[in-house]
Structure formats: C-alpha cells, structure tokens
Design a protein around this ligand. Structure first.
Ligand code: B12
Ligand code: SF4
Length: 451
C-alpha cells in the first residue's frame, strides 16, 4: 500500500466569490463515489470526507490536522482553487502527498503540476479506479487518468472512462452525516413538499454534447453520456428509502431526458412500492420536454426542473449552439406549468454576438417566463469561457496575448476572462452586459445573479 490515511476534501469558497444560493444540502457525491469504491474494493486504510457545506474552514483545518493523512485529495472548482492551494500547501508541509481531481483539475492538470511543486498528482476524469490504484501502490505509469511528475517531466497516462455512470454503488452511510444535509435542506430557500431528498447520480454526461459538440460555453469533462440501468436506480432508491427514510432525490446528471428511451425505461421499471418517491430537482433540456415526457415526469412526482434557456434571441441561441428556439422555451414553460412542475430558468448574458438588442430580447423573454407562476427561480450568469469549452478555445485562437497568458496557467482570473471574451466576441461592452444582468435581477425577488 502506498497510502494508509486519505482525506478527501471539497474546499471552502475563495474570498470574494459568492455563495451559490442552493448550497448546503447537496451531498459530496464526488468524494462519496471515490470513498465507496475504495471500500468496496478492499482498501484497508482509513478515509475521511470533509465538505465545506457542512464544515467551516477552521473546523476543516482542525480535522485535517487531527486525522494526519498521508494523502489529501482535493476537488477544486473555479471558485475554490485559491483555498485549494492554501490547504494543499499546508498539508504538504505537514507531510502529506496531494492529489487533485474534478472538473477544474481535469482541464488544467498539466498546468497545475507545472506551476505547483507541492501538488503531486492530478487524477483527470473518472477518479474511482485511479485513486484506488494510487492508494494501493500500483505503478504510477500503469494508472489510467493519472497525471504526475517523473524526473521533473509531466506524464499524462491517458484517459479511461467506465461504461456506466456509477462505479459500483455509493454508500450513503459512510464518512458523511446525512442528517446535517437534511437539516440544511429544511432550512433552504425553497424546500417544497419533500423533507428528505438525497443527491443521486443516475447518469453522467450530456447527450447533446456528445452528438453536437455541445453549447459553446460548456466545459463539462464527460465526452459521452452514460446512464445507469433503470433497475439499478430503483434498487438504489429502495435501499435509501429503507435505510435513510428518503422521500425524493436530486439528480446531478446533465440532462435527465437526454436519452428518451432510457427515461421511459426508468419510468416503466418503477416498482409499485416506490411510487411515492419524488424527483425533487433535475437538470434537463427544452428539446425533449414534449407533453408526453412532461406527463411521465409528473407521474414520477417531479417538482422542479432546471432549464438552460440562456437567451431570448434566436441568433444568439444559434451562435451558442444551444439547439432550441425562444418560442420552445415559452411552450415548455407553459406545458410544465400546466402540470404544476416548477422551473428554475437559467439565462446567460455575454453570449457570442451579444448586442444591446439581443440583451433586450433576453430581458423581455425573462419577464415573459416569470409570468408563469411555476417559475421558482431565475438565474442569470455571465458567460465565462472555462478551459475545455469551445468559447475558451475561441479566445485562445483569436487573442495571442490571451493564449500566452493562459496556455500554461493554472489560476483563472474570471472577471478578466469574461471581459476579454466580451471584448472579442460580443457586439456590445462589459458595462451593457452588467447593466442587463442587473435589470434582469430587478425583475423579481426570485431572480439571482450567479457569475
Ligand atoms: C452538484 C453540483 C454542484 C452542487 C454542489 C456539489 C458538491 N457536493 O460540492 C452545488 C449546486 C452546490 C454546486 C455549486 C457550485 N458549482 Co457545481 N456542479 C455540480 C454538478 C451539477 C454535479 C457534480 C457531481 O456531483 N457529479 C457527480 C460526481 C460523482 O462526479 P464528479 O463531480 O465529476 O466527480 C468525479 C470526477 O470528476 C473525479 N473527482 C472529482 N473530485 C475529485 C477529487 C479527487 C481528489 C479525485 C482523485 C477525483 C475527483 O472523481 C469523481 C468520481 O468519478 C457539476 C456538473 C457536472 N455534471 O459535473 C457542477 C460543477 C462541478 N459546478 C461548477 C461550478 C462552477 C459551481 C459553482 C462555482 C457555481 C457558482 N457560480 O456558484 C458552485 C461552487 C460550489 C462550491 N462550494 O465549491 C462547475 C465547475 C467548473 C470548473 N471548471 O470549475 C461544474 C462542472 C458545472 C459547470 N459549470 O460546468 N455545484
Ligand atoms: S451546457 Fe448543458 S446542455 Fe449544453 S452541452 Fe453542456 S451539459 Fe449539455
């Protein structure tokens, strides 16, 4: 064995970044999936999970020091990379080795190892099998998805994806206190009719991305979509109901209705004793939400769907490779409304070709959408080209200075990237984009800006 004591960390947010309004009750499925896989595959060491949603920064640091890990695994995102570096540096000094994983680290793996001596490895893409290999002492060159240094040279071992979303079953009783998440859920902004939802993974990846290359701003790390078998999902839910008294689930996959055949199978496989289980929340796309499929969602007791509408302007939607038209947004909102399913309507500003006119269409579209009483939140985001997205590539291709700055960088200056993008790919300026984001926020107390 190479490592006997592993701490797995979802780090606190960086100073100055805004807390996402939904935070608090989403289970750390990334870390749970890793730890469950290790345990199920006879890893004999100790594991600890630390999640910022239920542990303050000081508490997290104290727990880390007390646990004395020999390997610390951290999962940064664009809003927690600075804290990741702080924790990594501190724990390296305390004698641990450091591995990063997740969306941010996957895209910037070699840059991270180039720039940060105190980080030993990055595991890109699926982490389960690779972390087990790393912990157990498999030769570094043999571990797929591992990026590491050898005599100062960065080695990328090549990528391997599991065929299904889940790598075995996630154990919800291990290393986390579910009650803390249920409690946060009860205190959350809009808990609705369910009391005990668990976060669940039924699929990973997006069918639209697989087929079309995806939305221009999408930086998801999944090259293809994979769905767990319907009977396994119901068995999983049955066990969670029995062991933890859950009444619903929150699905983290990118598009629940992306594979309609799978979606229908899931519905038809539902055992009668689980007819009361609800779907508290899911992500979906406008395209497959036909009346028939909305009827199925209703029968599955779905209460809320997050939909990326993005823009009210057909030209901008085309430029963004979104694959739908503003009229479909209205039709879908109407159909969901008729079935009493809530919508979280997500819009973006600063999309490719954005002008004052298109921003105006988006503002109007957002207020039309808000007329439907079932819109529970309106989220407005600024387009942020992240590594791995077509938009990031476009910036790299267009702007020599940008390319020089970012081709080896591991730290992203988000406001600067947003500004560069607007300057190069929008037909209006940063001020106008911010102004419209603000005007959209002022449409309703249910509207929030999340940059
Ligand atoms: C659920 C979710 C959330 C939840 C919280 C999740 C959590 N427990 O912390 C909520 C809603 C709170 C949330 C908030 C935010 N999120 Co979020 N979120 C997701 C979502 C939809 C699913 C993640 C998930 O659970 N997947 C299932 C697990 C099993 O897969 P996974 O995370 O990929 O993990 C696997 C591998 O990546 C790897 N791995 C992951 N971590 C690690 C760590 C180690 C050490 C190793 C070895 C491997 C490893 O192994 C895992 C098993 O195979 C993803 C989108 C997506 N489809 O991935 C976005 C995503 C991760 N979020 C993202 C962002 C930006 C945010 C916010 C910053 C948004 C905002 N502006 O506020 C906040 C920040 C929250 C925070 N404190 O850090 C981005 C990250 C992009 C980036 N490059 O940084 C994503 C990818 C969406 C996007 N925009 O593309 N999020
Ligand atoms: S942004 Fe969402 S809908 Fe678009 S390609 Fe990515 S995951 Fe799919």
């Amino acid at each position: 064995m190479r490592y006997w004591r592993i701490s797995l960390v979802n780090p606190p947010l960086d100073e100055g970044t805004e807390k996402c309004i939904d935070m608090g009750h989403w289970l750390p499925l990334n870390l749970m999936s890793l730890s469950s896989y290790l345990v199920q595959n006879n890893y004999k060491g100790q594991i600890q999970i630390l999640d910022q949603q239920v542990a303050g920064e000081q508490e997290m640091i104290r727990s880390l020091r007390e646990f004395k890990p020999d390997l610390v695994g951290i999962s940064p995102n664009m809003n927690s990379y600075h804290k990741t570096l702080e924790i990594a540096g501190m724990m390296k000094n305390a004698g641990a080795d450091i591995v990063l994983g997740g969306a941010y680290a996957t895209r910037l793996a070699s840059n991270i190892l180039k720039n940060r001596e105190f980080i030993d490895y990055v595991i890109a893409h699926d982490g389960e099998k690779s972390l087990l290999g790393l912990a157990e002492g498999t030769g570094l060159e043999e571990i797929k998805n591992l990026v590491f240094r050898k005599a100062g040279i960065i080695i990328e071992n090549g990528t391997e994806h599991h065929h299904a979303a889940s790598h075995g079953e996630i154990d919800y009783s291990l290393f986390i206190d579910l009650e803390k998440y249920f409690e946060n859920y009860r205190k959350s902004l809009n808990p609705g009719q369910y009391k005990k939802p668990v976060t669940l993974m039924t699929h990973r990846g997006c069918v639209w991305r697989e087929k079309s290359g995806g939305c221009v701003f999408c930086s998801r790390i999944e090259p293809f979509a994979r769905f767990d078998p319907a009977h396994e999902i119901w068995a999983r839910l049955g066990a969670l109901k029995e062991e933890h008294g859950i009444d619903s689930f929150i699905d983290v996959g990118d598009d629940f209705t992306g594979d309609v055949a799978w979606f229908k199978r899931l519905h038809s496989f539902r055992p009668s004793e689980l007819k009361d289980i609800g779907i508290r929340f899911m992500y979906s796309r406008v395209n497959n939400l036909s009346l028939e499929n909305i009827g199925i969602l209703k029968d599955l007791n779905t209460t809320e769907i997050c939909l990326g509408f993005e823009s009210g302007d057909p030209r901008i939607l085309r430029n963004s490779r979104k694959g739908h038209h503003p009229e479909q947004q209205i039709q879908t909102a109407r159909n969901l409304s008729s079935k009493g399913i809530n919508i979280i309507a997500a819009f973006m500003v600063g999309l490719p070709g954005e002008s004052r006119e298109s921003l105006d269409s988006t503002l109007k579209q957002a207020s039309r959408i808000l007329e439907f009483s079932n819109v529970s939140e309106l989220i407005i985001s600024m387009t942020t080209p992240l590594p791995g997205s077509r938009s990031f590539e476009m910036l790299m291709e267009r702007d020599e200075g940008f390319r020089r700055k970012y081709e080896d960088a591991d730290v992203l200056d988000i406001p600067e990237i947003q500004g560069e993008w607007i300057g190069k790919f929008c037909e209006t300026d940063y001020g106008a984009v911010l102004e419209y984001a603000d005007r959209m926020r002022n449409l309703s107390p249910k509207a929030f800006v999340e940059f």
